[in-house]
Design a protein around this ligand. Structure first.
Ligand SMILES: Cc1cc2nc3c(=O)[nH]c(=O)nc-3n(C[C@H](O)[C@H](O)[C@H](O)COP(=O)(O)OP(=O)(O)OC[C@H]3O[C@@H](n4cnc5c(N)ncnc54)[C@H](O)[C@@H]3O)c2cc1C
Length: 475
């Protein structure tokens, strides 16, 4: 018997891979809330033709983890429902940052890199020269912050305006705290090895050409389609919630139990099995997969494994306020773009705004999503702000920056507590220690989800697949 904690996208995916690979059945998924999907939460307003996304809204199609998601989507029968944004679409090409009092379009081609564009004081290609002229670090570094790495190699402006804004957009975090390994692990390792990023990349490319090429699996099905059609990002018709719903349907049709509204209270590892306390009832299973946030798992194992619990609880999370706004007028938005990000140096409570109705067809509506807080949530809003305060702040910046002054026709305010883990400097070492503890103590426990090896939808689905594979090898 296998128990899975959490019915977010990673727990449901773990259920899917457990079923597919034949991990010890029956499989039961326990979910505390009364719904499935976790942070994926789409609210459809079919009569008016728009969707509000409280959490993620787009998935990237490129890279190994992305191909895995596309395969899953195809296997569960959702290929026809994929809603791609092609690379030549304005939402794919046009990304902006709000800096120095105005919106600035980031370069989307070579000409934008060769000439100076606001808010930068020099053409961006000159940052490459800085990297070429800067020597190696005095000692070999094991880790450092994204900000420090980029400032060292490419200069302060790139760190302040480009990379800090990007980190806000990806994990609502502070680039001065987030580990370089979060997004630039390979570049960091190359730099440490060769003493420069560009120099290292050139050397590695030459060496790679000399080596025999690894035979790559030819792209098939949806992965091939995404490549041929040059998708930039995609969603699913009806909103991303369609994906967890469909996986849950496949699971229940195949006798995987999904129990919602139940609370796992304690996990006790005992003689190669696991005793679970769920809603006051004791259950015994062969193994357990935890897809719940690590700080919650920490509570469940604290009595029996305090050392593991301490490591799990040490990974920080941030709150994000997500404000969905809809206007019945489709012509309010002057900018045809994905949206804009606000770098922390601007010292504003908003992280960015997504122009949903530029990305996807929202019929006769303008739909925007304002993201606020993140690593600076407490500074701006305290621990328990009212809905009104969050809404008023969001509308103020929509007015100031986008010049949309009228009140919205509908809106939704979400305060997402502890929703995104922060992979701060030293995160990789902590994860290695957690995995080592589980192995050394032979715990029949698998970990997946956003706390460990990547915070995006693709990452957590892949983490579920790898977790099931690892448990199969250990059984
Ligand atoms: C605002 C926001 C925007 C994002 N945008 C994007 C994006 O555009 N693209 C992208 O790729 N990623 C994005 N992400 C990241 C993405 O949403 C997450 O990586 C992903 O949803 C995490 O899924 P999960 O299953 O690992 O965790 P969760 O969604 O957190 O699911 C965990 C589940 O476990 C349940 N649970 C908790 N405790 C227990 C317990 N004790 N027992 C049983 N169940 C329990 C919870 O109720 C929850 O349903 C975004 C995240 C946020 C918050």
């Amino acid at each position: 018997m296998t128990a899975i904690l959490g019915a977010g996208i990673s727990g449901l995916s773990a259920g899917y891979y457990a079923l597919k690979k034949g991990l010890s059945s029956p499989v039961t998924i326990y979910e505390t809330s009364n719904r499935i999907g976790g942070w994926i939460r789409s609210e459809r307003f079919d009569a008016d033709g728009y969707v509000f996304e409280a959490g993620p809204r787009t998935i990237r199609p490129k890279g190994a983890a992305a191909s895995n998601t596309l395969e899953l989507i195809e296997e569960v029968g959702l290929a026809e429902q994929v809603y791609p944004i092609y690379s030549n679409h304005p939402a794919a090409r046009n990304r902006m940052i709000y800096a120095k009092g105005k919106l600035n379009m980031l370069p989307s081609d070579l000409t934008g890199v060769l000439r100076r564009v606001d808010p930068f004081s020099k053409p961006l290609f000159l940052a490459g020269f800085k990297d070429l002229l800067t020597g190696r670090t005095k000692t070999i570094l094991d880790d450092e912050s994204m900000y420090s790495f980029v400032r060292r190699r490419f200069g302060q402006e790139i760190a302040d305006y480009a990379v800090s804004a990007m980190i806000c957009g990806i994990c609502a975090g502070d680039a001065k705290q987030i580990s370089v390994k979060f997004l630039m692990k390979r570049l960091f390792e190359i730099e440490q090895k060769h003493g420069g990023v560009i120099k290292g990349l050139l050397l590695e490319t030459i060496q790679k050409q000399k080596r025999e090429k690894d035979p790559q699996k030819p792209a098939e099905g949806l992965v091939k389609k995404a490549k041929l059609e040059n998708w930039s990002i995609y969603s699913i018709c009806g909103g991303l919630q369609t994906l967890p719903n469909k996986i849950a349907q496949v699971l229940t049709e195949n006798q995987v139990n999904i129990c919602t509204g139940v609370k796992c209270e304690e996990i006790v590892f005992d003689n190669n099995t696991v005793k679970l306390m769920v809603d006051g009832q004791s259950q015994r299973v062969d193994q357990i997969i935890s897809s719940i946030p690590c700080y919650k798992l920490a509570e469940h194992v604290s009595e029996q494994h305090p050392e593991l619990s301490k490591q799990l609880a040490a990974i920080p999370f941030v709150d994000v306020a997500v404000i969905n706004i809809r206007f019945k007028n489709p012509n309010l938005q002057k900018h045809n773009a994905f949206g804009f990000l606000v770098p922390p140096i601007e010292n504003l409570p908003i992280l960015g705004v997504i122009f949903d109705s530029c990305c996807f067809d929202m019929e006769n509506n303008t739909v925007l999503t304002v993201m606020m807080g993140g690593a600076w949530f407490d500074k701006w809003f305290g621990s328990d702000p009212s809905e009104e305060k969050l809404l008023t702040t969001a509308l103020k910046y929509v007015k100031d920056i986008l010049d949309i002054c009228e009140p919205p026709d509908s809106y939704k305010v979400h305060h997402l507590r502890k929703c995104i883990p922060q992979y701060v400097v030293g995160h990789q070492k902590r994860i290695d220690a957690i995995k080592h503890y589980i192995q050394a103590n032979k715990l029949p426990l698998g970990l997946c989800g956003s706390s460990y090896d990547g915070v995006g939808v693709n990452d957590v689905i892949l983490s579920a697949k790898l977790c099931v594979g690892d448990l199969m090898n250990r059984c």
